[in-house]
Design a protein around this ligand. Structure first.
Ligand SMILES: Cc1cc2nc3c(=O)[nH]c(=O)nc-3n(C[C@H](O)[C@H](O)[C@H](O)COP(=O)(O)OP(=O)(O)OC[C@H]3O[C@@H](n4cnc5c(N)ncnc54)[C@H](O)[C@@H]3O)c2cc1C
Length: 485
């Protein structure tokens, strides 16, 4: 089943309100200023599934029924499918300038569980895979938007979850009942929850036996009993809820803190419960898919930054060609992260369950570049725009409406174009480069240091040294010197 944006919004309206912001309960996520833009941007993806020009990007063939489904409800079974994920992400960013959490991490999570449950069943004789299969059908039948909760609140980073003074710092299984499990604890910084129907939960890291309680994977309705959600405050918030050009019109990332206070999860929604040996597999497969695709997210936002910089140049009265070298560098940065991700996908391999897993080394290399190049692109955008874009240093929309001085302010802003056009162009630059439009290049999808550790572990350093020795004609022993302690 597929639904359009209107039906999607109607389905969210039916859910129990359990999301708070500014100390108040959000009654309707589709209209509340804190969440409506994010919901609106996801609704555009639902609509795009029916648009003849965009449908090939926003839909895919269901591996269960063969029917056409929203792409974010399908299994990524080939390099083409994971590339489809990238194409969709870049298109989504081009549409709204920002991240669409509700069609991203949860979808990746359930795909990864498709593979890992097949492995667990093989070793333990469990029936997790059948449950994931049924959940896939449920997701497709109801055209669900899913967010993905991996990151725990964690607590002290130098202690294991079981050593934390507050066990709730990491989500865990509190009780196992005949018909399900009870989970409690915190997941933090989860994107797109307000726009999602369901949350896919997976462990925050790979763990050993001592951390078995924290090895839980399951699906929970966003409005589950016992779940309280608090939307985070973001740098552009005071503006987002203003009027006129002070607020972006298209999208706006939402992120949430999730408090699970004894939430019951029935067995058919539990996909891992204590099988610690496979928790690392979940993280490994997840980061391979996610870090390959995230290059497309930042490339899509980079495309918008290039456009925003061109608009600013023109609004300032300058030609694009004045800045062409800088614009070229922006495009190169965008295409590098897109292409390294694509390389990871093409160099990937098929898991016996049918999931396509991108090449891990290349996916992690991509993460290190995603944590670097978009910042340079942002700097160039500010460079081209001038101070008006860099710091948003011009008065608010409301001041421009003043009978006393509004008209003069407009005159002050006039440059290559009228004052309002220049103000709108500048607010977008500000939002993209220092505001809420920043898509989490550094830590979204995990920290770049983690990615560097994988690169270190996966590169065959000794083989490199041996090749270089052979090419240089070195025959002497050149093994690692013993360092005296
Ligand atoms: C925009 C955005 C969107 C996000 N969306 C989601 C989402 O949808 N779902 C989700 O689950 N998560 C999401 N996240 C969370 C993201 O995955 C985490 O921020 C990321 O994994 C880093 O975790 P942290 O923030 O707790 O940082 P920390 O773990 O506190 O890391 C801070 C620094 O300390 C280092 N560090 C941490 N622990 C150690 C240690 N023991 N030893 C040495 N160094 C250490 C890290 O490498 C890093 O450099 C999102 C984040 C952002 C910014």
């Amino acid at each position: 089943m597929m639904m359009d944006g209107e039906k999607y919004k109607a389905s969210l309206k039916k859910m129990r309100p359990n999301i708070y912001k500014w100390g108040k309960l959000i009654e309707d996520v589709t209209t509340d200023p804190a969440t409506r833009l994010h919901v609106q941007s996801v609704s555009l993806s639902y609509d795009a599934s029916f648009d003849p020009e965009k449908a090939s990007i926003f839909t895919a063939k269901s591996h269960l029924t063969g029917a056409t489904a929203h792409r974010w409800n399908t299994l990524m079974g080939s390099a083409d499918d994971v590339w489809g994920n990238s194409k969709m992400k870049r298109a989504q960013y081009r549409q709204t300038g920002t991240c669409q959490g509700a069609t991203c991490a949860g979808w990746t999570g359930i795909n990864v569980l498709w593979a890992v449950t097949a492995e667990m069943d093989k070793e333990y004789g469990t029936n997790y895979h059948e449950r994931v299969k049924n959940y896939f059908q449920f997701m497709e039948d109801n055209a669900l938007a899913l967010s993905g909760a991996i990151t725990d609140a964690k607590g002290n980073r130098s202690l294991k979850p079981s050593q934390q003074p507050n066990k709730d710092s990491n989500l865990h299984v509190k009780e196992v009942l005949p018909d399900g499990i009870v989970i409690r604890g915190y997941k933090a910084q989860i994107c797109g929850v307000a726009a999602a129907h369901e949350i896919i939960i997976v462990p925050g890291s790979g763990y050993g036996e001592s951390e078995k309680d924290f090895c839980v994977a399951c699906a929970v309705p966003r409005d589950a009993k016992g779940l309280t959600i608090v939307e985070t405050r973001r740098p552009s918030d005071s503006r987002d809820e203003e009027e006129g050009w002070d607020v972006p019109k298209a999208g706006n990332i939402t992120q949430a803190f999730l408090i699970f206070d004894d939430v019951f999860v029935p067995n058919d929604r539990v996909f891992m419960n204590g099988e610690f040996k496979y928790s690392g597999k979940i993280i490994g497969y997840f980061t391979a898919i996610y870090r390959a695709a995230i290059g497309a997210c930042v490339a899509g936002q980079g495309d918008v930054m290039a456009g925003a910089a061109i608009n600013m140049a023109r609004a300032n009265g300058l030609n694009q060609k004045v800045f062409q070298d800088k614009l070229n560098q922006m495009a190169i940065n965008n295409e590098i992260t897109y292409a390294v991700g694509l390389g990871a996908m093409l160099a990937g391999k098929s898991h016996f369950s049918g999931l396509w897993i991108p090449d891990m080394l290349l996916a992690h290399v991509n993460k290190t570049q995603v944590a670097k190049l978009p910042y340079e692109t942002k700097v160039i955008t500010q460079d081209i725009s001038g101070g008006i874009g860099e710091t948003g240093c011009f008065p608010s929309y409301k001041d421009f409406q003043s009978k006393e001085y509004g008209e003069t302010l407009f005159k002050m802003l006039e440059a290559g174009t009228d004052g309002e056009t220049r103000a709108r162009a500048a607010r977008l630059v500000e939002w993209l480069t220092v505001g809420g439009g920043i898509p989490g290049c550094m830590h979204g999808g995990g920290s770049p240091d983690g990615a560097r550790m994988v690169v270190k572990a996966m590169e065959p350093w000794e083989a490199f040294a041996n090749d270089a020795k052979r090419i240089a004609g070195i025959t002497a022993d050149l093994s690692e010197p013993q360092v005296k302690k």
